[in-house]
Design a protein around this ligand. Structure first.
Ligand SMILES: [Zn+2]
Length: 210
């Protein structure tokens, strides 16, 4: 199975870019965070294992992540865009053994800018619609345009949670730059610019890979 990896610091826009790229290429977009939440919500066998692990306050093991990824592959799909996976060296080695990695895009963003972007995220407490106070403001402050619900900060986006995710990124994920570079697979993209420009840049390069 062919795949493309998009990785970068939280707030670098990898979810958005993975979404746009997978649509252009006709690939399946796999976001591990969403995938794990979905499995838990559907109460699948894997989901129950994930829930039990998180309930213990432990990290979901790489093996469990692999199983969840395998279980979600759409038959006949020409390829996958991974977002949020691999997250560490062990997962990258697994990926290299089981998939044909066409390329890896690193979305490069300054830490201060990343924190500013994440801190500006808001979610409607009623309908779940997402906003960003910098790039996608509601018409009235703290009120959802669609349903009038109150906007809140997601648990994941609170300063303490952001700090934890950044530490995790620097400790385990940043090293993937080197891993992919050694295999001639790495493309570094400046993620500080406009979403559309970044998307174009990724697509042009990706088309030379597939
Ligand atoms: Zn709403």
């Amino acid at each position: 199975m062919k795949c493309i990896v998009i990785f970068g610091i939280q707030g670098s826009g990898k979810g958005t870019q993975a979404d746009l790229l997978s649509e252009e290429l006709g690939y399946q977009h796999i976001n591990i965070g969403n995938l794990l939440r979905e499995q838990v919500a559907m109460q699948t066998e894997l989901g129950l294992m994930v829930k039990e692990t998180i309930g213990r306050g432990a990290l979901v093991s790489d093996e469990l992540v692999f199983q969840v990824v395998e279980s979600t592959l759409e038959p006949g799909c020409p390829g996958i865009v991974f977002d949020g996976f691999p997250r560490n060296l062990h997962q990258s080695e697994y990926l290299a053994r089981h998939y044909e990695i066409l390329g890896a895009f690193y979305l490069d963003l300054d830490e201060q800018e990343a924190i500013a972007r994440i801190s500006a995220r808001r979610e409607c407490s009623e309908c779940g619609k997402n906003y960003n106070l910098k790039t996608n403001k509601p018409i009235h402050e703290d009120v959802c345009d669609s349903c009038g619900g109150r906007l809140k900060i997601r648990k994941d986006d609170r300063p303490e949670a952001i700090k934890k995710r950044l530490v995790e990124f620097y400790e385990h994920t940043l090293i993937l730059k080197q891993f992919f570079a050694e295999q001639g697979l790495l493309t570094v993209i400046d993620a500080g610019g406009d979403i559309e420009d970044i998307s174009k840049e990724i697509l042009i390069k990706a088309k030379t890979l597939v």
